[in-house]
Design a protein around this ligand. Structure first.
Ligand SMILES: Nc1ncnc2c1ncn2[C@@H]1O[C@H](COP(=O)(O)OP(=O)(O)OP(=O)(O)O)[C@@H](O)[C@H]1O
Ligand SMILES: [Mg+2]
Length: 512
């Protein structure tokens, strides 16, 4: 081949940092990864996308030493490697920010960031240095956190930032982010994207998983698509539009994400909340929810939306008036609200939703065991039938039914949680971040499903940080700021500008 001036020049550093070939992984009898080739170059962001359960996290866990591959090999700088565990991978410079939050809830921010690698001064731990370094590490991510805060008091987004800060303090050549932005707001996401660009500029290789395809388009240099454990495409990001990515992931066109809905005009009020205070988080919240209505709650992280809902259903102390079908009610705990027909799906699947170390049946039927008791015994056959139906109705993808809830992929955990709630046949459904970590095909299913609930005459509250999602499915959106409901948008005014204006207190005109 001639070295014509028009020939593309090879990149100066074209040998990949990491090269994996023929990676396969089998759990029990199910093969979840099949013959994957993947490389990571210095100074590139390589996005891995795919439906829930496609095998993205499993692949990343192999690269980071959390799992051993069943077949295949990995090379770093051209040298064959195999990792005995995550610490071994870290020694080779590969670090992973896990999809799940894996912090110690009872320790402080600083303690979590340095857990297992405390800064020593002589033999005593240097507390002050750790706290200062923790503040800086979190601030580098665009957040401001007190290093002495106990992690269980942080929001999911804040915990995610602590987790990222912790990982980035380990010396690294390759950083793997497994859905780092799933629980972040657009603002926090932008800050993280900037951080990732800085990391890339230092010549670090980045593997990046996200279900937010426009974000992938924005940040990735290369995109690899997994479907059912196989690699179906690996291309330059510049050659792919988000719609192409969606089609490659799902195997069909996903043009229409939101269902068509006719919002009914006059509705009887089902739920009426008046002057509800959730001390420390929300003040004087008043609103009505109509039969068959989908009501959205928008706001920035920390605006108090989740806490308001938790107060409403008895997960937190609250004061104020709540009427359900015209009757004054007070839910002392979440069982009481469930019994009354108000179901709450937590944004925190792991902490409040599922028992990850129990099997699928136990998780599905836990809240409605009464329906499965015959005499003094649980009717196992009916339980199994319920599980089959749930898997069918909610399209829960799992190789085998004999796994623990924690072994389901993130998106499939969410579907299991919805299936569990629906067994209770609730009149009011409150869903907090319904599609966090959900792939685009499944999102479409969940939206259709929420619309169906409303058509059936149930009343739905959706709390979400994704404005397009609220605008796409809600009849009406209430916006919260600093613990208060500051406005309502409907019809024409239901657009991102209006909502951002209310959420930030800067009117749309000023922001533009
Ligand atoms: N420890 C395990 N035991 C058995 N099956 C597992 C285990 N871990 C994962 N799986 C299965 O492997 C498949 C791939 O899961 P994985 O978590 O890698 O998907 P994912 O692409 O990351 O999905 P998501 O987008 O939902 O996070 C799923 O079917 C999952 O249930
Ligand atoms: Mg995953």
């Amino acid at each position: 081949m001639s070295m014509d001036a028009s020939d593309p020049q090879p990149l100066p550093n074209s040998q990949p940092l990491l090269q994996a070939s023929g990676l396969s992984k089998t759990f029990g009898i199910v093969e979840v990864l099949k013959d994957i080739d993947l490389s990571v170059r210095a100074g590139e962001v390589h996005a891995i996308i795919g439906e829930n359960g496609a095998g993205k996290s499993t692949l990343m866990k192999i690269l980071a030493g959390n799992h051993q591959p069943t077949r295949g090999e990995m090379m770093i700088d051209g040298q064959k490697v195999s990792f005995s565990g995550p610490v071994d991978a870290e020694h080779h410079g590969i670090v992973l920010v896990h999809q799940e939050i894996l912090l110690a809830p009872d320790l402080t921010v600083a303690q979590n960031i340095f857990l297992g690698r405390e800064l020593g001064r002589g033999l005593t731990m240097d507390d002050r240095a750790m706290r200062e370094a923790a503040v800086k590490a979190v601030r580098d991510l665009g957040a401001d956190l007190d290093p002495d805060t106990i992690v269980s008091r942080l929001s999911i987004a804040q915990r995610q930032l602590v987790q990222i800060a912790r990982v980035l303090l380990v010396p690294h050549r390759i950083v793997i982010f497994d859905e780092p932005t799933a629980s972040l707001t657009p603002h926090e996401t932008d800050a993280l994207i900037k951080v990732i660009r800085d990391i890339r500029a230092r010549g670090v290789g980045v593997l990046y998983i996200s279900h937010r395809l426009p974000e992938v388009k924005e940040i990735a240099d290369r995109v690899t698509v997994l479907r059912d454990g196989r690699l179906v495409a690996s291309q330059n990001a510049s050659d792919l539009q988000p719609s192409d990515m969606a089609r490659l992931m799902v195997g069909r066109d996903v043009a229409k994400l939101y269902p068509d809905r006719q919002s009914a005009e006059i509705r009887e009020t089902v739920l009426e909340v008046e002057g509800l205070d959730v001390p420390g988080y929300a003040q004087g919240a008043s609103f009505r929810l109509g039969k068959g209505e989908i009501l959205g709650f928008a706001g920035l992280i920390g605006a108090g939306r989740t806490e308001l809902m938790e107060g409403l259903v008895g997960l937190r102390p609250s004061r104020g008036a709540v009427r359900l079908n015209g009757q004054a009610v007070r839910f002392s705990d979440v069982h009481a609200s469930l019994k009354a027909g108000v179901a709450y799906l937590s944004e925190d699947r792991k902490g409040k939703g599922l028992l990850l170390s129990k099997d699928l049946t136990v998780n599905l039927t836990l809240a409605s065991l009464g329906k499965f008791v015959r005499g003094l015994q649980i009717d196992r056959k009916r339980e199994r039938e319920a599980l089959d139906r749930a898997i069918q109705d909610f399209d829960i993808r799992t190789g085998t039914k004999e796994i623990l809830a924690g072994q389901l992929s993130g998106g499939n955990q969410q579907k299991l949680l919805i299936a569990k709630m629906m067994l209770l046949d609730p009149q009011v459904v409150i869903i907090d971040e319904p599609t966090r970590g959900i792939d685009i095909g499944n999102k479409q299913q969940i939206y259709t499903f929420i619309a169906r609930l409303a058509e059936e005459g149930r009343s739905i509250i959706v709390v979400s940080s994704e404005m397009p999602e609220l605008i796409g499915i809600c009849d009406r959106i209430l916006v919260m700021r600093s613990g208060r409901i500051v406005g309502e948008v409907t019809g024409e005014r239901m657009n991102e500008n209006e909502i951002v204006g209310l959420a930030t207190g800067i009117s749309a005109g000023e922001a533009a």
